[in-house]
Design a protein around this ligand. Structure first.
Ligand SMILES: NC(=[NH2+])NCCC[C@H](N)C(=O)O
Length: 298
């Protein structure tokens, strides 16, 4: 299916790395802008809206509180949330290029706000990102945005604005294969829908994405947001990422996912592309990222 032609695609750079320990991921928006990735999208109406920089690289080491860097992440995410709401209009498709996955709570909550809660989320990832400070061995917020979206996190007041809560039945996760033990207990307890690589091999990716879309959007009326952490793909395709987990999705798997998501037409509203770190590896990773862009928008 070809990309709908009457839309504006807005690309927002989210140059942030303080949700995790590896620097480099904050440089990705400027690298991809220099690579002119918009030329891979075969229609004219693509704009890089702006890139939002983090205040400074301030990774809190050792861990001083339940969530590392929580004050700075809270400030950053509030800015991102507000910017998304100010830039977005109904005919726009929003592509947010990270940055680490800490931005996922800001992008999804902004989209929830913009759609009055009428949003379903496909979260492609090797990880559950569903830790709370109590279950997280690392204290890194990039492992927590889903728990935050679901309302499971006790956050300081600065990290509580009027973010809408995402109902647990509005999200399905694909590619999962690296859960922390307590995180898994929590995910199973709340009944969040996740498809592990093992299940994907059993059911086939086409059945998985068809079922996932039906689950998050039973009546086919919601806007769809895809939050794509590139570590969901196999590390042979994306060696340039900070938290590697072997045996991941192929680009063909992603093509099947994208094809089904694109069948929702203009209900496919937004996407995050996160955790790309060219300081770790550039050539292979850049090729895969370009392929992700082609698959998504052609
Ligand atoms: N978005 C990511 N890459 N998340 C990785 C999370 C890794 C680990 N589960 C943690 O909480 O620290």
């Amino acid at each position: 299916m070809s990309w709908r032609t009457n839309d504006n695609i807005k690309i927002l750079g989210s140059a942030v790395s303080i949700g995790q320990p590896r620097q480099g991921v904050e440089k990705t928006p400027s690298v991809l802008q220099a690579e002119k990735i918009e030329n891979l999208i075969p229609i004219g109406r693509v704009t890089w809206v702006e890139t939002i920089d983090q205040h400074a690289y301030t990774y809190e080491n050792p861990r001083a509180g339940p969530i590392r860097n929580v004050q700075d992440i809270a400030k950053y995410n509030k800015i991102l949330y507000d910017k998304i709401l100010s830039h977005l209009s109904t005919e726009d498709f929003l592509l947010t290029i990270g940055g680490d996955h800490s931005i996922g709570s800001a992008t999804v909550s902004a989209m929830l706000k913009a759609t009055d809660g009428n949003l379903g989320v496909i979260w492609i990832d090797a990880h559950g990102d569903c830790n709370t400070p109590e279950t997280s061995p690392s204290g890194n917020y990039h492992g927590m945005p889903v728990a935050h979206l679901l309302g499971l996190l006790q956050c300081p007041i600065e990290f509580q604005w009027d973010q809408p809560i995402l109902p647990v039945t509005s999200i399905a996760m694909i590619g999962i294969r690296d859960l922390d033990p307590e995180e898994k207990v929590l995910m199973d307890k709340i009944g969040i829908r996740y498809y592990t690589m093992e299940i994907i091999h059993e059911m086939g990716i086409e059945t998985v994405i068809t079922e996932a879309l039906k689950y998050i959007d039973p009546n086919g009326t919601k806007k769809i947001h895809v939050s794509f952490d590139v570590d969901g793909l196999d590390p042979e395709l994306v060696p340039g990422t900070g938290t590697i987990a072997p045996n991941g999705l192929t680009l063909h798997d992603y093509a099947v996912i994208a094809q089904k998501v694109k069948l929702t037409g203009d209900r496919f509203a937004s996407m995050d592309l996160v955790e790309i770190n060219f300081d770790i590896e550039k050539n292979v990773t850049l090729d895969s990222v370009k392929e992700i862009i082609r698959i998504t928008f052609q």
